[in-house]
Write a protein that binds this ligand. Structure first.
Ligand code: KG4
Ligand code: ZN
Length: 341
């Protein structure tokens, strides 16, 4: 049994995983950031500090176990907010030391990619992963298990960040993804044509800042009454442009890298319109799609515990010299910092 700890941004989470079974996955979303329309790092780390001990206790009691049943620990050590990551890593080290258990630092993005581990059979390799969250938009070639090469990424805003910023422009609140999705259901996604960034053949990178600016200029050209009338159409048009970009580039990457299997990961994958579009495209093109259930798309500790289980069973473990790496890359390096193997 592995206890996972995730505190990279504004979700405080702890989970217990036994092999491929998620026994508990407790996620506390910090609501303090809503009034600022985005995450305030100092508030995030303080909230983690306050909540983490309680969340860990809840994860253990929901799993019906206590500390003595654990065989290892896994914790996110990057990428993310430095202060927030430090709270999780320090707690993990303290538990590992006092319980005399091995622990492993996990790349948050690897956690997202492995989120489906407990839910479905794993893809064959090589496969492709699309990670779309608040901080990242990446196309990743997974050559073999735990071996990652980034083949495309955003050159400006992440897709989730664009959802959050456009939601702010439309006064729909934070986090923006769910708010835009809700507004879009009442809109016509073809009523307004927003541009798709870097729409060139063989370019696997993304750009969402031009789209965001196009929405801003469009909104600024409207009277308050017109804006109210068009709000749902703008949300639907924006959402379609993001999904078009993600889907087109993914299909292109599958062709270039000769893969037939695609793993979707990250908070934006909660979006039902995106899930439907990918499902339809995969059926049409005879591709196999792996999508986590919605609660495993957004940040959670079960995905970290699952990745940790795989790495600990591989014989890896981190040393107490492991430090947080706020800008940790997913590209596989020959040696893991602070690790023995
Ligand atoms: O993976 P995640 O929980 O945190 C990061 O690692 O960043 O992703 C959070 C992002 C936020 O930008 C949020 O607006 C977006 O995921 N998101 C959505 C939806 N639910 C969350 N975006 C679009 N549609 C949704 N339903
Ligand atoms: Zn995330």
């Amino acid at each position: 049994m592995v206890l996972g700890i995730e505190t990279s941004c504004d979700e405080t989470s702890a989970a217990v995983v036994a092999q491929d079974n998620i026994l508990s996955n407790v996620v506390a979303t910090q609501e303090i950031h809503q009034r600022f329309g985005g995450v305030v790092p100092e508030f995030a780390s303080r909230a983690h500090l306050r909540q983490l001990p309680v969340i860990i206790q809840s994860a253990l009691s929901e799993a019906n176990i206590d500390f003595s049943n654990l065989q290892g620990l896994a914790v996110t050590y990057g990428p993310g907010l430095a202060g927030s990551l430090l709270v999780g890593l320090s707690m993990c080290k303290a538990l590992a030391f006092s319980l005399d258990l091995p622990f492993i630092g996990i790349n948050h993005l690897e956690g997202h990619i492995l989120a489906t581990t407990a839910e479905s059979r794993q893809p064959d390799y090589p496969c492709l992963a699309l990670v779309v969250s608040g901080g990242h938009t990446l196309l990743v070639h997974v050559e073999k298990p735990l071996c990652y090469k980034i083949v495309g990424q955003t050159i400006d805003d992440a897709a989730g960040e664009a959802f959050d910023k456009v939601s702010k422009i439309l006064n729909l609140g934070y986090p923006g993804g769910p708010a835009i999705e809700k507004a879009a259901t009442a809109g016509d996604s073809r009523a307004i044509n927003f541009p798709i960034g870097l729409d060139k053949k063989n370019n696997l990178d993304f750009s969402f800042s031009g789209l965001k600016t196009a929405v801003l200029y469009h909104v600024q050209s409207l009277s308050p009454r017109e804006l109210q009338a068009q709000n749902a159409d703008i949300a639907a048009g924006f959402q379609r442009a993001v999904i078009d970009a993600l889907l087109n580039k993914t299909l292109m990457a599958l062709e270039i890298h000769n893969c037939r299997q695609i793993v979707l990961a990250g908070g934006v994958v909660r979006n039902q319109a995106l899930r439907n579009r990918f499902q339809n495209a995969c059926e049409k093109n005879n591709l196999e799609l792996f999508i986590p259930s919605p609660q495993l798309c957004t940040d959670n500790a079960a995905m970290i515990a699952q990745a940790g289980t795989i790495r600990l069973q591989n014989g890896e473990k981190s040393g107490f010299d492991l430090d947080v790496i706020p800008n940790l890359s997913l590209d596989t390096k020959p040696k893991r910092k602070g690790g023995k193997s």
